[in-house]
Structures are given as structure tokens and as C-alpha cells.
Design a protein around this ligand. Sequence first.
Ligand SMILES: [Zn+2]
Length: 252
Amino acid sequence: MPVHEAEAIVLRQYALSDSDRIIVFITREFGKIRAVAKGVKRPQSRLAGCLEPLNHIRVEFYSREGRDLGQIRRAELIQSYLGFHPSLVQVYAYSYFAEIANEIVQDNQVNYPLFRLLLSVMEAGKHNGVNMALVRYFEIWCLKLSGLFPNYAYCSSCGKCVKDDGFFAWIEVGQARCSACAQGRGIKIGAPAAMALTLMAKLPPEQFAASALAQDAAGDIERLSQRLLALHLEKQLKSYRILTEALQNPEK
Ligand SMILES: [Zn+2]
């Protein structure tokens, strides 16, 4: 079987047998991969510590074309994002990011920009903590990099530029409507939220997260990203509610 070497982020793992686990990871080179880690639950396993969720690793794995499951041969830790005494908000946010990435990227589908996004938001969260703005940044960019974020720059009915004034998002058809054409239908994205979306498109995550995102703008963007994620993932993410509670009560 051919051996591949890749840079990867572990998204999740689950039990296959008493001693083996299936590891799901997103790689920069091969997209999302599922592979068996043999003996990983034995105390003497050298793989165990490397394959915890959200670890940034270098990994060698076998995989045969047409087979669902590869097998991990070796792994080496580059950076552990949950191994540095993270806050609860960091744990919940990173778990949420991993759950979205796992759902949105198909097996063996290469999406290097999304791999980079996941690393850069975790880096930003590690240095400056996780806030609402960083979570919104990840959601919107994840949708964009997966081709699931519509172009909301212009009203699809009259052609007016709505980037600065705000708009109504018509989710199912993937269009924006100015307030005159929307006639009250769609998800309202006020001017502050529309401007924040423009800013998000230009800034790296740590800069965007450091800029003040007003409560109403954050709320508008949250409604938009949640509706788009629900539309495309066709499921409610378990980690979302618990993260939202933690963000609202950060002292817990
Ligand atoms: Zn219009």
C-alpha cells in the first residue's frame, strides 16, 4: 500500500475496537482522511498523545485508492491546541470549528485554504482568546472557502450596491435584496453587520477579532451563518449551543 506523508489537523476520533481508534483528520495535501490508529488505546502507544483532537501533526499513513480507511503508520506533534491549559471557551470553540470542518469537507476533498483557516483561527484564539467575532469569522470564511457563501454585494432585483447599507439575505436562493425590494422578507443584515462582513473579507482573524464587533452586528451575522450552515449541513451541530452559552458567560 502506498505511504503518504501529510501535515494535518485532527478533527475527531472514535473507537473501532478495544485497542484501535479511527482518526479523522484534515490534511493540507490530501483533504479529509479517515485512518485507523492501531493499538492507540494501549498505554505504551507512541501514537496516542499525537492524535488528540485539534492537534496539528505531521502524519504518515497508508491508503489504497478506493478504500475508505487508511492506516496511520507514524505521527509527530507540531502543536497541540488543547494541550496548553485552554479555557472552556477555547475548548468549546475549537470543538465547534472541528465539527464544522468535519461536516463541510468531504472525504479526500482537498481544501488547503480551509486547512489554513482552521490553523489561523486556532492560532488567533491561542494568543488573544476566543470571542464572538472570531467564531463568526470562522463560520463565514468556512462557508466562503467551501463555495457556500453567496455574493451579497448587490441587490439581485434592482442591482443596487448593498455592501454598506445592509441588505436582506434570501437564504434558499442565495441572493441579497435591498430593503425596498425585500419587502420585509429574508434575514436582515443591518449596515453595521454588512460593513463587518466587508471587513472580515479583508482582515486576518486576529485583527478582525480584535476590532469591536457590535452586539447587533454580531447577532445579524450569527443568524446568517447559522441559517447557511443549517441549509448546507442539513443538521444542527451539537457543539454550537454549548459554545454559545460559554461565550455569553465567559467567567464560567
Ligand atoms: Zn433592490
